[in-house]
Design a protein around this ligand. Structure first.
Ligand SMILES: NC(=O)c1ccc[n+]([C@@H]2O[C@H](COP(=O)([O-])OP(=O)(O)OC[C@H]3O[C@@H](n4cnc5c(N)ncnc54)[C@H](O)[C@@H]3O)[C@@H](O)[C@H]2O)c1
Length: 255
């Protein structure tokens, strides 16, 4: 499929996991892709692999975010798709009883303030052309609670979800769609790191997933490519769950 021919996409956190899989999928579908990340070495390799461009950007920096979109516009002539996906899930973000204010603030900055900055600075480009698709990565934890809490992460993703909904409504009549992608747990370095030391922790989560496994990053990327494309032309302000049925489950099938 070449649904993204002539589209320019900027992917934050494009050097790893969901972002990397999406960069590859966007490129396969014909988009010109700008990979934005703090990881320069991997980011440059990915850009080379897909024939795109790399820009070093820390999404918590307003200057970096502004320059990242200016770079995309100057290089390729427009910014049609923004996948605001960079995020962190550090181990010192845990139960509210354990999580200190520094961990709380860092996660809010990287996961939520970054999405505010990215939307704020990409929307003007899209308004000019009356066309654009913004996909902000939230999480299924934005819509359901976990007793194994990462309190700042969950709160940040709730913020991403609410902000995306509001922006989707505000800019709908200007041709700009804004959706919150809510992935279930994905088999990526972020999750692998979290569960490597504790297989019981992984098993405790698997039991809640009707399909019985974590997602592959390419399965999330397929949903992002759909949301980015005109196939999703009537989808905006949505809470787009790609979660293997987790949020719909009460009792799951036996193995
Ligand atoms: N992995 C999961 O199970 C899962 C589930 C739901 C939602 N998510 C969300 O999906 C997104 C991607 O997660 P992933 O699992 O692919 O993570 P990942 O760790 O594999 O990749 C994240 C990328 O973001 C980059 N990054 C981190 N901080 C940055 C910053 N300040 N500026 C620019 N780039 C930065 C990293 O260098 C890395 O390349 C995150 O927002 C995460 O919260 C992940």
């Amino acid at each position: 499929m070449q649904r993204l021919e002539d589209r320019v996409a900027v992917v934050t956190g494009g050097a790893s996991g969901i972002g990397l899989a999406t960069v590859r999928r966007f490129a396969q579908e014909g988009a010109k892709v700008v990979i934005a990340d703090v990881d320069e070495t991997t980011g440059k390799n990915v850009a080379e692999e897909v024939g795109g461009l790399f820009v070093r950007a820390d999404v918590t920096s307003e200057d970096d975010v502004r320059e990242m979109y200016a770079f995309a516009e100057n290089s390729y002539g427009s910014v049609d798709i923004a996948f605001n996906n960079a995020g962190i899930s550090p181990p010192d973000d845990d139960s509210i009883l354990e999580t200190g204010i520094d961990a709380w603030r860092r996660v809010q900055e990287v996961n939520l303030t970054s999405v505010y900055l990215c939307c704020k600075h990409v929307i003007p480009y899209m308004r000019e052309r009356r066309r654009g698709s913004i996909i902000n990565t939230a999480s299924f934890v934005a819509v359901m609670g976990a007793a194994t809490s990462q309190i700042s992460y969950t709160a940040s993703k709730g913020g991403v979800l609410a902000m995306s909904r509001e922006l989707g409504v505000q800019f709908a009549r200007e041709g700009i769609r804004v959706n919150a992608l809510c992935p279930g747990p994905v088999n990526t370095p972020l999750l692998q790191e979290l569960f490597a030391k504790d297989p019981e922790r992984a098993a405790r989560r698997l039991v809640h997933i009707p399909v019985g496994r974590f997602a592959e990053a390419s399965e999330i990327a397929a949903a992002v490519a759909f949301l980015a494309s005109d196939d999703a032309s009537f989808i905006t302000a949505s809470e787009f769950l790609v979660d293997g049925g987790i949020s719909g489950a009460y009792v799951t099938p036996l193995p």
